[in-house]
Design a protein around this ligand. Structure first.
Ligand code: AR6
Length: 325
């Protein structure tokens, strides 16, 4: 689970583009340091085999070996400078390893790796998934991560909720939950007809409420959280209902055990909510929920499909009056 979240955070960091804040990745790594995140580490096979065998001269075909306690493992290196400085590659899954040349690997907790890195003088750090979307962890970052104070981070991304890789995608649906246009239509098209079948069994959703389903053919998420935003009418009830959409979606994701979530700009399309106002309500509601549920959710993403949505969010974040770092 944590390795998957790490992959997702790195993917979204690339998606966010230039100057993206790496804090969502640090959140997962710091969590992994405390909670046994396992990484796959390539090893130098011949060495480890000789050590496993003890005395290879006594070998007969078909013999099997069990590793003793004192096996010294030799990790593979990516040499980067003429002084022999190197990085150690780490992988989140076998598919990432298979992008490069075949190698033997072992599972190692990231805690053990971070803790021994300082004793290898020529080691400059680690590179996560070097053959794909790589993330470099230099030693000073590793030191920082060991003491890192985790705090859920809100990232603003330009694009569709279907572009992000997350545990939960929020759908700006309607009270029938039976599909529609906008992002709702896009999610149903991507998920396939089984999503509509499950939605039928939910018997609708009141404005401001949120209900959870599977993600079906959407492989970039584990589940979909459907919420019905208010149709903008210019009354104070609008903002209460819009805030409720965000709060109830976060509550649902908490119940699902999700570590990451992506929101569209609820009600700002077909339902006509002025974007500037909607963005302020969204950020305030999310920041409030995160403050009340410290340490639960790691990463929150807001996807802005239209330029004016993205710009409204950027202006708000730059003003810094909404509890968002
Ligand atoms: N892909 C991704 N995001 C989109 C897309 C798309 N194809 N189209 C719009 N958005 P909206 P609402 C973004 O209109 O205002 C539906 O028919 C859009 O830029 O989808 O809450 C439902 O069934 C904005 O950021 O939803 C309801 O009847 C966000 O999605 C009604 O519309 C929400 O815009 C809900 O209206």
């Amino acid at each position: 689970m944590l390795a998957k979240e790490l992959e997702r955070a790195i993917y979204n960091w690339y998606l966010t583009g230039e100057n993206a804040n790496p804090e969502p990745i640090f959140n997962v790594l710091a969590d992994g340091y405390e909670n046994e995140l396992q990484m796959l580490v390539p090893i130098e096979t011949p060495n480890i085999m000789l050590q496993l065998m003890g005395n290879p001269e006594n070998l007969k075909p078909g013999d099997t070996f069990t590793a003793g306690e004192d096996i010294g493992i030799s990790f593979r290196h990516l040499v980067v400078n003429e002084d022999g400085g190197y990085f150690i590659p780490l992988f989140t899954c076998q598919e990432e390893i298979d992008r490069g040349e075949p190698t033997s690997v072992i599972n190692q907790p990231i805690k053990a790796l971070f803790d021994v890195a300082d004793s290898w003088t020529k080691c400059l750090g680690f590179v996560i998934n070097p053959w794909g979307q790589q993330f470099v962890l230099e030693k000073d970052i590793i030191h920082m991560l060991k003491e890192y104070e985790r705090r859920a981070f809100i990232s603003i991304i330009r694009g569709s909720v279907l572009d992000a890789h997350v545990a939960a995608i929020v759908n700006a649906a309607n009270t029938s939950l039976l599909g529609g246009g906008g992002v709702d239509g896009a999610i149903h098209r991507a998920a396939g007809p089984k999503l509509l079948e499950e939605c039928r069994r939910l018997h609708g959703c009141r404005t401001g409420e949120a209900k959870s389903t599977g993600a079906y053919n959407i492989t970039t998420a584990d589940n979909i959280i459907h919420t019905a935003g208010p149709i903008y009418s210019g009354t104070p009830e609008d903002s209460r209902q819009l805030a409720a959409c965000y709060l109830n979606s976060l509550e649902q994701s908490f119940e699902n055990g999700n570590d990451s979530i992506v929101f569209p700009c609820i009600s700002t399309g077909v339902y006509g909510y002025p974007i500037e106002e909607a963005a302020y309500i969204a950020l305030t509601a999310i920041a409030q929920w995160l403050e009340e549920h410290e340490g639960i959710l790691k990463n929150v993403y807001i996807c802005c499909y239209r330029d004016e949505e993205y710009e409204a969010y950027r202006r708000l974040v730059e003003r810094g009056d909404n509890g968002v770092r």
